[in-house]
Design a protein around this ligand. Sequence first.
Ligand code: GLA
Ligand code: ZN
Length: 688
Amino acid sequence: MADKYPPISGKCPHFLHGGDYNPDQWIETPEIWDEDMRLMRLSGCNAMSIGIFSWSNLEPEEGRFEFGWLDTIMDKLAQNGGYTVLATPSGARPAWLSAKYPEVLCVGPNRVRNLHGQRHNHCFTSPVYREKTAAINRRLAERYKDHPALIVWHISNEYGGECHCPLCQEAFREWLKRKYNNDLDKLNHAWWTGFWSHRFTDWPQIESPAPHGESSLHGLNLDWKRFVTYQTIDFYKNEIAPLRELTPGIPVTTNFMGTYTGLDYWKFAEELDVVSWDNYPGWHTDAETTGELASKIAFIHDLNRSLKHGKPFMLMESTPSLVNWQPVNKLKRPGMHMLSSLQAVAHGSDTVQYFQWRKSRGSSEKLHGAVVDHCGHENTRVFRDVTEVGAVLKKLDCVLGTTVKPDIAVIYDWENRWAIDDAQALRRDKKDYQKTCENHYRAFWKSGIPVDIINMDCDFTGYKLLIAPMLYMVRPGVAERIEAFVKRGGVFVTTYFSGYADENDLCFLGGFPGPLRKVTGIWAEEIDSLYDQDSNALVLAPDIRTSLRGEYALHTFCELIHAETAEILAAYKNDFYAGSPALTVNSFGLGKAYYIAARTENRFLEDFYQSLITELSLLRALDCTLPESVTAQLRTDGERKYIFLMNFSEEAKMVDLKSKVFKDIVTGELLQQQITLRPYDVRVLEEP
Ligand code: GLA
Ligand code: ZN
């Protein structure tokens, strides 16, 4: 049975294509608005994000609202077949507001209150700011609730940052009282405050972490981060209350920033109707190959799809050409705009949106890429690139609402990351939790095998393979769910630096990997950090039942483990721990748990996962071997399969489709046997 998600808005059963549009920057020359409409139609754009930074044009004086310009724009959009992703303006506020109510301004960790300026510079607790944002949001909802152009609410912009003002301190203490049932002893235990005499005897003694104050209590640091997520979401809920009341049918989103560390997006995603994110890869860098970068971006796209368990997401921002904030602001090379736009679609985006539609004339983003440049017309390379994407998206209606149900999940967990980053251990600058997860993921990306990126609280049951690199923190119940997963026949893979600490960042007693010891069948006794010039290797046992053979280089971390019930697959080659286990597998119920004790070269991960791919016959987009830097991604409604074949390299690549016949949805061509992908080529194929 065909199984599709409904379109983001029932008003528009097509891909959304468009971006951030700031017509109010051109309020003195409104004739340009008609030109914008002409250019939008011409470029195949149908969705404009409006009002993100418009507060001072919507409420120029306290209580005096001016919606005339926005009425005009919304009407013009509707008349031109377009839609509005309408923003609430809290991302930046008018000067009168900061001047009259200084409490709305953010206070830094150094306890200094910011001056008015910039954006995203506000307190998430301030009752005044909450009142003012809810009030203007109510007006927007009242005015536009029945407007045909309104399709999505874009709440604020890239929520982030933290405020350390007295109001936030008080809210933090109240949050702690709720969390610890008003019991300071519980808090003292969880934060291990016996350390350095840091015991608290009264709630007012507790303050948020500060560079010139407390930073050594890891439990406090963790709870503060959790509070920041809680308080930001609480602020967001206050923003959306009037929208929920007046426009219950309009979906609500806020634009995420990939793996931004300041907020736990798993908590935030629960409160959104649709996930959206802003994607700005530095394509064509000399720091890594295009294929390497593409795989990292794919990881984040997959995360955004997984945040709502497979529901298509929105690519809310991307640049049509270049950004203005990289150390080197490189132009997208010909072909890259189409490829990077369709990469998002390949992983589950139902939109392709940009920052920005028209280049602003002044201020800090005047030289940031835009669909319409300062020259003001359509005869530019970038405009043609965007128009081409618009034309292709129109042919992909069949893909809309489809998703993928991978056999594999990689755990990438925000709280785990916070705790790892905070740990004073290992090699300070080489802990690289995210990079490690990306490296494990890459083996599958290269083979065109879909992957979910989940956190440790997600349901594991639908997967065949669960990978949890550096699962340092193990929250209550997680180990039990991993055990149940393996018992039923699942394969679990974890690595060094796993099972060290509980949800309060208190180390497990009785031997690492703590609650994972039973399922992995090993005891991790010590962990060694290597200098760059140190070398070690993992030597495969000669008689093991995997296709792995020979030696693989190790670097950075080697954990010294004992196989308890596990079988030893490989041992260390050098140093005083030569001959001791470096790779083990434990049979547990119907499944297996692998433990990779050291940081390996990527070639190992590729070979190791290749053997599991074969053994477990994992779902793949295409049944063929893909050349280097080429990937295939799958979207399906359960019946029809859409395959995105993408060449993230500067060379032509040949893919052998064998005797199966595929249809290229964009060109209508029938394809089989060997096809050649041009540099940066992307083909969308339909399986017969
Ligand atoms: C972010 C913001 C946009 C814009 C772009 C520039 O994603 O949300 O307003 O500043 O960056 O790349
Ligand atoms: Zn504050």
